[in-house]
Design a protein around this ligand. Structure first.
Ligand code: BGC
Length: 354
């Protein structure tokens, strides 16, 4: 195992951005950049040992700065949407910057995905780590409290990316930290993901309106295209006459895991298999939900991916582990509040196989 550091580029503000490549076994390797604490490449072997890059992303730093897909980044303070960018906390009203129609998305104008994080590298025999940290000041993007965040990426077991999030605040605040990697297990440049087989341990999903803001209802997946509790191709029930899929242009929903008394380390919440290459992705998490997104908005011709590959919708999928979007505005939604003196922690594991 080893970590290789290189200069990746310089931001428009003159900050130098580095890349960090962690190498595991059988050619498995992960490249991270400190801009957005972003996953830039994941090289994974198929069943014949052939390697492919299974995540979307760009060759140029300026594309990470300018494009709007949040490719591979850590999003925050709040992943996904907050309706009208408004919420009330401890009797006080807050208004956030609205960067998605009239709503707040993925942390606002300059969210965590668009900042250069501090980096610490820890190399050890069997588990190399890159630890990114940042301090988000009180009032940042309209959020209360000084938030100190660390995101640790650990390459464990030679083929497993373990992402551990920690945050503390000096004043009550809200947060929803996630990673926004777009996966395609056949290789990011190999077409759509509709034939990928998906198992999702989720028995409910958060209903959203035409602006993808939660209505407040959490619906059962039973007898709907949202049910992935029995493994099926992502595209099998891709039926855009079904209202929730029609409104989102495909899958773009907060899927709620089946129970809360679950051991995140022992049983996976998602398993994805790409039949031709045999590559698999097994996901474990301590969080209660995942945003399953079939990249329906991934179609900006101005921002080709690595090697010049034109981005197209449904050519990747995201599994963004999370609390419920807009949760502070709905009774009974998962808890996104963090108080002074508490520590937020969560862990998500992406394990690759073939
Ligand atoms: C959201 C999508 C959004 C995408 C890129 C996903 O997390 O659910 O609606 O288009 O991020 O911003």
């Amino acid at each position: 195992m080893s970590i290789e550091t290189k200069v990746f580029g310089v931001t428009k503000n003159g900050e130098t951005v580095h890349s960090y490549t962690l190498t595991g076994k059988n050619g498995f390797a992960v490249t991270l950049i400190d801009f957005g604490a972003t996953v830039k490449n994941i090289i994974a072997p198929d069943r014949k040992g052939e390697l492919a890059d299974v995540v979307c992303g760009y060759d140029r730093l300026s594309d990470y700065e300018d494009a709007d897909g949040y490719q591979g980044a850590v999003v925050g303070r709040f992943g996904n949407r907050i309706g009208k960018g408004r919420f009330t906390l401890e009797g006080k009203d807050y208004t956030l910057y609205c960067n998605d129609n009239t709503n707040h998305l993925h942390g606002g104008r300059v969210g965590f995905s668009h900042r250069v994080w501090q980096t610490e590298i820890r190399e050890s025999g069997d588990a190399d780590r890159v630890i990114f940290s940042l301090v988000s000041p009180d009032g940042d993007e309209g959020y209360p409290g000084t938030l100190r965040v660390t995101v640790e990426y650990c390459l464990a077991d030679g083929c497993e990316l373990v992402i551990s999030y920690r945050a503390t605040t000096d004043k009550t605040t809200v947060l929803n930290l996630t990673n926004h990697t777009y996966f395609n297990l056949a290789g990011f440049d190999s077409g759509d993901v509709l034939e990928h087989m998906l198992y999702l341990d989720a028995d409910r999903f958060v209903e959203t309106d035409a602006e993808l803001i939660p209505t407040g209802r959490v619906l059962p997946v039973l007898d709907t295209p949202m049910d992935f509790r029995t493994t099926k191709p992502i595209g099998r029930d891709f039926d855009l006459t079904y209202e929730p899929l029609k409104l989102a242009g495909g899958y773009d929903h907060c899927m709620v895991f089946t129970d809360t008394l679950h051991d995140p380390i022992k049983s996976p919440r998602a398993i994805v298999t790409e039949p031709k290459s045999g590559r698999t992705l097994t996901m474990y998490t301590s969080l209660p939900c995942v945003q399953f997104y079939s990249a329906n908005f991934m179609s900006n011709p101005d921002f080709p991916f690595k090697g010049g590959y034109t981005q197209k919708k449904q050519h990747a999928f995201c599994l963004e582990t999370e609390n419920m979007p807009d949760s502070m505005n709905h009774e009974g939604f998962t808890d996104c509040v963090l108080k002074a003196g508490e520590e937020f922690t969560s862990v998500t594991v992406y394990r690759f196989g073939n």
